[in-house]
Design a protein around this ligand. Structure first.
Ligand code: HEC
Ligand code: HEC
Ligand code: HEC
Ligand code: HEC
Ligand code: HEC
Length: 198
């Protein structure tokens, strides 16, 4: 065999491994794009437009999670209290520690500008998630309080000055919990792909 003939299989082998590498890279990049926060780790919450402390509201003043995230018990997304809702209290409560932050809240209200909170938990667009059935299951079937239900997936938020993601909420995490609890629900196919993917 000539040297040229020996090189052909080598060249083909090289092409194949390059193609495999490129595919793996594309896969990793896609995973990275669709869930950027989870790849960077849970430890780095984005900077919020107003330094809103859950400690002061949910812990010290005992305000219920569902007071500000009203939609969790009836809808898909949790929703965040609009700035008018903040004014229910902050019209009178000026805050001793962080007055400039309260001034920002009032400024948003008077100028009719919604507060653009940065998202901390975010699933890719091809995944569907609804809060209502989860909160219902955890409170009615598992007997947890509203706050206990939230902490199943979000950790102990009332002790967080800045909210951080504490649970992976990746596909394996979702599917494991669905498999473990399938028998307890009337929903017999919560492990089917189409339950979570459009
Ligand atoms: C049910 C009442 C209530 C609502 C609603 C409320 N707050 Fe507060 N907030 C408080 C109380 C009480 C304090 C503590 C004030 C103090 O002790 O200085 C506080 C303090 C704060 C502080 C300052 C924290 C500090 O360290 O002093 C910020 C900032 C703040 N709130 C932002 C908001 C924003 C933004 C909203 C709307 C999403 C909101 N609050 C809704 C009651 C409320
Ligand atoms: C006084 C209103 C208020 C109360 C009470 C409150 N929150 Fe929040 N929550 C907010 C605001 C405002 C934000 C957006 C700013 C931030 O991320 O800190 C937020 C953000 C969050 C986030 C992050 C959302 C994201 O972008 O992924 C979670 C999770 C959360 N809250 C859970 C809870 C839980 C659990 C409780 C009860 C222990 C609670 N909250 C009580 C106002 C409130
Ligand atoms: C089974 C897990 C699970 C439970 C239980 C849960 N959450 Fe969430 N939460 C998520 C996921 C996943 C997201 C991201 C949703 C997305 O990106 O579409 C999220 C997002 C949020 C957000 C950001 C706004 C939004 O709706 O996307 C807030 C605020 C929030 N959750 C609050 C709460 C509160 C308050 C409770 C308790 C009443 C709660 N969550 C219970 C998994 C959960
Ligand atoms: C703590 C356990 C738990 C975790 C974690 C969890 N789920 Fe679920 N999920 C359930 C249970 C239980 C049900 C069935 C509720 C029922 O129908 O009574 C359910 C139902 C659903 C449904 C069907 C809702 C409907 O309307 O029938 C979807 C979609 C879903 N989950 C998506 C997700 C996704 C996506 C994740 C991960 C981000 C996730 N879940 C994480 C326990 C969990
Ligand atoms: C309980 C909810 C749930 C079920 C059931 C589920 N998935 Fe997923 N899947 C997710 C979530 C959440 C993500 C995004 C987070 C991640 O990448 O893990 C995801 C991501 C994916 C991705 C990665 C897409 C990308 O952008 O990288 C693929 C592929 C996928 N799922 C296929 C499937 C197939 C096939 C099935 C059925 C065998 C299935 N899933 C069942 C929740 C689910």
């Amino acid at each position: 065999m000539s040297l040229k003939m020996k090189l052909i299989p080598l060249a083909i082998g090289g092409l194949i491994s390059t193609a495999v590498l490129v595919l793996v890279l594309i896969f990793l990049l896609r995973a990275w794009w669709s869930t950027p926060l989870q790849v960077f780790g849970f430890g780095e919450p984005p900077e919020q437009p107003i330094a809103f402390p859950h400690t002061v509201h949910a812990q010290l003043n005992g305000i219920n999670c569902a007071f500000c995230h009203r939609n969790v018990i009836q809808g898909d997304s949790a929703s965040i209290l609009p700035v008018e809702g903040c004014l229910l209290c902050h019209e009178t409560i000026q805050g001793e520690v962080a007055e400039p932050e309260i001034a920002k809240v009032i400024d948003h209200f008077t100028n009719n500008r919604p507060i653009d909170w940065k998202k901390i938990h975010r699933l890719p667009d091809h995944v569907q998630f609804a809060h209502e059935p989860h909160v219902r299951f955890l409170t009615e079937v598992q007997g947890l309080s509203i706050e206990g239900a939230c902490s199943t997936c979000h950790g102990n938020v009332k002790e967080m000055v800045e909210v951080e993601q504490t649970r992976s909420l990746k596909m394996g995490d979702c599917v494991d919990c669905h498999r473990d609890n399938q028998a307890l629900t009337e929903n017999s196919d919560i492990t089917d792909c189409t339950t979570c993917h459009y």
